[in-house]
Ligand binder design. Structure first.
Ligand code: NAP
Ligand code: GDD
Length: 323
């Protein structure tokens, strides 16, 4: 039986990846940091199938112990301070987790189980103020936030440990991917949640920042398949994972409100509090390498994704109301 260790198990991607690996017959270990209150909503349905190991990306000793316990064939490093907006108010913490945390984990791999295969969750945010469109593996990076700068470090240290120590390490440069399990502070989930609450009379307005930003949005369930495929190749490489279509935040808002029969302009207020000091205006990925080498393609369309998220939030609030 193959064994996998997932960091970031409580997050959106961690939960979908755990489902995928369990379905493939893996023994799944999840690195979980201590929280004052339980935050296992995304993985509650899997809690008896995953073996949790306490640990934190900023604590090397806990990572060494985790790899000693799991002795994993595959390690998926999904843990990060992943919210771009907060990386300006917590730049040092973001660097410690999202950048140096990767080195901590690679060091633990090198010392304890150098034959493990390692996946790093790199990000399209690294392209930032894009120098070409669409963005592909060879596109130079121009990060625009402390988060993106930290991800560039994580990306290159992953390559460096491969070249320095001959480890099997690779990075997926994933464009935005969403789902009903997306954290509530990210714009897509903030919108789907807001639309559901407004439709059910629980909220009157939705305050958002920049509606003109363009993102290449896919479904998280499709994207975790690409992570697994990357670790099944003979040679470790970098891959861009994207839908190849870009949409504005405004389009997302318009479709989400339309889905429940409402006009977004009656409810959305632009609030400077949600504007960023430096914005990423346009992301559009070219994942033709992933299609050619991995045979990977996304299945869920933009419209389907929005419908799925709005329906899920409507259901959640209807259940709460009826209790
Ligand atoms: P997410 O929902 O924010 O999950 C992040 C995970 O990291 C959570 O499980 C969190 O645990 C954990 N974590 C945070 N700090 C940690 C620490 N110091 N030690 C150990 N664990 C820690 O993120 P996601 O959307 O699933 O994304 C997964 C990864 O892909 C992230 O690295 C993200 O930056 C990257 N990425 C995401 C996207 C996207 O569109 N979703 C695109 C490209 C790249 P708690 O629950 O305890 O906070
Ligand atoms: N969060 C948020 N809240 N974003 C808003 C809002 C708002 O009220 N209003 C407008 N936006 C805009 C942001 O300015 C940004 O241009 C866009 O919506 C998307 O913001 P997020 O959903 O927060 O995601 P992100 O693109 O900054 O980062 C996500 O994708 C990256 C991959 O490109 C995160 O998942 C990162 O971890 C990931 O690396």
């Amino acid at each position: 039986m193959k064994k996998a260790l997932i960091t970031g198990i409580t997050g959106q991607d961690g939960s979908y990846l755990a489902e995928l690996l369990l379905n493939k017959g893996y023994k799944v270990y999840g690195l979980k940091r201590r929280t004052a209150l339980p935050n296992v909503e995304n993985i509650n349905h899997l809690k008896n199938e995953i073996e949790f190991i306490p640990g934190d990306l900023t604590d090397l000793s806990s990572l060494i112990e985790a790899i000693n316990i799991a002795k994993p064939d595959e390690i998926y490093n999904l843990a990060a301070q992943s919210f771009v907006a907060d990386s300006w108010s917590q730049p040092i913490l973001t660097g410690e987790i999202t950048a140096l945390g990767v080195t901590n984990l690679l060091e633990a791999v090198k010392r304890v189980k150098p034959e493990s295969r390692f996946y790093q969750a790199s990000s399209s945010e690294m392209f930032g103020k894009v120098v070409e469109t669409p963005q592909k593996e060879s596109t130079p990076f121009y990060p625009r936030s402390p988060y993106a700068v930290a991800k560039v470090y994580g990306h290159w240290i992953t390559i460096n440990y491969r070249e320095s120590y001959n480890l099997y390490t690779c990075s997926g440069i994933l464009f935005n991917h969403e789902s009903p399990r997306r954290g509530i502070e990210f714009v897509t989930r903030k919108i789907s949640d807001g639309v559901a609450r407004i439709k059910l009379g629980l909220q009157r307005e939705l305050r958002l920042g920049n509606l003109k930003a363009n993102r290449d949005w896919g479904f998280a369930g499709d994207y975790v398949k690409a992570m697994w495929l990357m670790l099944q190749q003979d040679t470790p490489e970098e891959f861009v994972i994207a839908t190849g279509k870009t949409h504005t935040v405004e389009e997302f808002v318009e479709i989400a409100f339309r889905h429940v029969g409402l006009n977004w302009q009656d409810f959305v207020i632009q609030d400077p509090a949600f504007m960023r000091p430096a914005e990423v205006d346009l992301l559009l990925g070219d994942s033709s390498k992933a299609k050619r080498v991995l045979g990977w393609e996304p299945n869920v369309t933009f419209e389907h994704l929005i419908k799925m998220m709005v329906e899920s939030d409507l259901e959640k609030y209807k259940c709460k109301k009826s209790k």
